[in-house]
Design a protein around this ligand. Structure first.
Ligand code: FAD
Ligand code: NAG
Ligand code: NAG
Ligand code: NAG
Ligand code: NAG
Length: 524
């Protein structure tokens, strides 16, 4: 004991940091021989705050009182990450990993349970290598989906990738949590289209699919970020897209019959031709100076031209009243821009900037619906949403490829029988409004209990939600039925057990852990 304390004191006295920051110091020493300039940031360097906030998408976790890392390390290559893991493990330093920084609960850049954590930020590792002979791509974790889509489209007008709608999402966190977008009914999730990966394990070894084994590859293809290791890069399978796709966005208010149309959408959304994806955005709206209403906006991607789209819509969903003038033909990459919310005059190269389109304070939740909601049920929901300040709801159809993939083929279990997924988003710009908005979204989630999946009530791991329970690594959790793990069944259903078994083998020391990481069970 005495001698190790002496060594520590000796080290500290040589350090370029004060004694009050032992983590900065010991971590720095351990990395020093492989450090390059501008990759190691402590809170008193001028670049620290801009770097921290550059990919801190939820402003709720970027306030002055949010716990800040002791160090942000931005590795430039695999060797540096390997070393960082070895150093952190040796020194018992809690690590956080950040790719795009879109974690709903800020888990990639803050930690409320472990003061003295270090963020490994992958924003400088964003290489992308498209192979059009094999229709595949290697992409590094720090790249954004926008960069990936842009480079694929640049190489081929008839290849795309089925992942998220928001183009600033990071490949590292997104793909490992499932990753859905407008082509999911045709091709499934991003995690359904993974071919290989490079991951750094708890010992700092780098492994590919073959050396990590099929169990671990299964676990990282949908089991969520931050539980098994650091994914450095993914090899993904590209999918065919037509040269011309068609989009539309049509809004209906209550006065225009929103309830009946939404009821009809419930029946067709998951049944219609899988080239067609129609999601619905539902939110309060002031229709004129005095009257409140609800707007339901039908946003669609069709993998084909206007004529065939109109035929399908007239046959299956005439209630929406889609007109030829509503349909806009474009390339797949333009449809990516459209869904991401860019105006049509914005240049495609904005996708290469890798920046979020906007930042706000938000709280979000998710649900899956397996039984049609009655028309009066829908009316009740729309009535609640009519109130100003109520959350936005996004209803996302399933079916098609999603229902043909077995629940056990990836950790993501929300497959056959799901009609649609609900996302709830409460967002605000005044930090003082937090309690009110969080209260309203929780109340709506409570009200929705009667209409959504049960036992378990399903939820989407990429919509991280700490209301569902927190895995406290210090506490003795001995059974998967522990309330603190209720999120496990909600995110993964029966796949949770297999994830826990793989975790116990692959990361027995629980080096990779956070509030909802796959747990290591303690024996009684
Ligand atoms: C505005 C917005 C829009 C969204 N739209 C969609 C959508 O259309 N479709 C969809 O499916 N989801 C969507 N999401 C959710 C999104 O998929 C998840 O938040 C996803 O985890 C983000 O990945 P990231 O790399 O950007 O986030 P990060 O915050 O960097 O990481 C998320 C989690 O993964 C871990 N992690 C990060 N990098 C790695 C790595 N290299 N290896 C291992 N673990 C890692 C982190 O520790 C963290 O726990 C959206 C989120 C936001 C905020
Ligand atoms: C940062 O603070 C440490 C003390 O923790 C100090 O030794 C170091 O010189 C400071 N660096 C800068 C750039 O101010
Ligand atoms: C990564 O960079 C370090 C310098 O910091 C260098 O020593 C190492 O060889 C590099 N590794 C690879 C795989 O390029
Ligand atoms: C508000 O709605 C009512 C009933 O739908 C309608 O009669 C009234 O004209 C509307 N008010 C305005 C200002 O349009
Ligand atoms: C695009 O058009 C909008 C108005 O439709 C305008 O406000 C904006 O400045 C334009 N942007 C560019 C990049 O031209």
């Amino acid at each position: 004991m005495a001698s190790s304390r002496f060594v520590l004191l000796l080290l500290l006295s040589l350090a370029p940091f004060s004694c009050s920051h032992p983590i900065q110091e010991t971590f720095y020493q351990c990395l020093s021989d492989i450090l390059l300039p501008n990759t190691f940031f402590t809170p008193n360097t001028t670049d620290f705050t801009p770097l921290l906030t550059s990919r801190a998408i939820n402003l709720r976790f970027a306030t002055p009182s949010t716990p800040k890392p002791e160090v942000i390390f931005t590795p430039l290559n695999e060797t540096q990450i390997q070393r960082a893991v070895i150093c952190a493990k040796e020194q018992g330093i809690q690590l956080r990993f950040r790719s795009g920084g879109h974690d709903y609960e800020g888990l990639s850049y803050t930690s409320f349970k472990d003061p003295g954590f270090v963020v490994i930020d992958l924003s400088k590792m964003r290489g992308i290598n498209v192979d059009t002979t094999e229709n595949s791509v290697w992409v590094e974790a720090g790249a954004t989906l926008g960069e990936l889509y842009y480079l694929v489209a640049e190489k081929s007008k008839t290849l795309g990738f089925p992942a998220g709608i928001c183009t600033s999402l990071g490949v590292g966190g997104h793909v490992t949590g499932g990753g859905y977008g407008a082509m999911m009914r045709k091709y499934g999730l991003a995690a359904d289209n993974t071919l290989d990966a490079r991951i750094i394990n708890e010992n700092g070894d780098i492994l590919d699919r073959q050396s990590m084994g099929e169990d671990v590859f299964w676990a990282i293809s949908g089991g969520g970020g931050g539980s098994f290791g650091i994914i450095v890069s993914w090899k993904l399978k590209l999918v065919p897209v037509p040269e011309t796709v068609t989009m539309f966005s049509v809004m209906k208010t209550l006065e225009e019959g929103a309830t009946k149309i939404l009821y009809r959408w419930q029946e067709v959304g998951s049944e219609v031709d899988e080239d067609l994806f129609i999601r619905v955005l539902i939110g309060s709206k002031v229709s004129d100076t005095t009257n409140k209403t609800v707007s339901t906006t039908y946003q669609a991607l069709f993998l084909g031209g206007t004529d065939r789209l109109l035929e399908i819509m007239n046959a299956r969903f005439p209630e929406l009243g889609l007109q030829k003038e509503d349909c806009i033909e474009m390339s797949w990459i333009e449809s990516v821009m459209f869904f991401a919310g860019y105006q049509r005059n914005v240049s495609l190269s904005v996708l290469l900037e890798g920046k979020p389109a906007f930042l706000n304070y938000f709280k979000a939740k998710s649900d899956f619906v397996r039984e049609e909601i009655s028309e009066s049920g829908l009316e009740g929901i729309l009535n609640i949403l009519m109130e100003e300040g109520s959350p936005l709801m996004i209803w996302n159809p399933y079916g098609g490829m999603m229902s043909r993939i077995l629940e056990s083929s990836t950790p993501f279990p929300h497959r056959n029988g799901v009609l649609f997924k609900i996302q709830y988003v409460a967002s605000w710009m005044d930090p003082a409004m937090e309690d009110e908005h969080v209260g309203v979204i929780q109340k709506l989630y409570g009200y929705m209990t009667q209409y959504v999946s049960k036992s378990p009530r399903e939820a989407y791991v990429n919509f991280r939600d700490l209301d569902l329970g927190i895995n406290d690594k210090e506490a003795s959790i001995v059974t998967l039925d522990d309330d603190r793990l209720s999120w496990g069944k909600m995110f993964f259903k029966d796949n949770f057990e297999r994830l826990v078994a793989i975790k116990a083998k692959f990361d027995p020391d629980n080096v990779f852990n956070h509030e909802q990481s796959i747990p290591i069970l303690k024996s009684e």
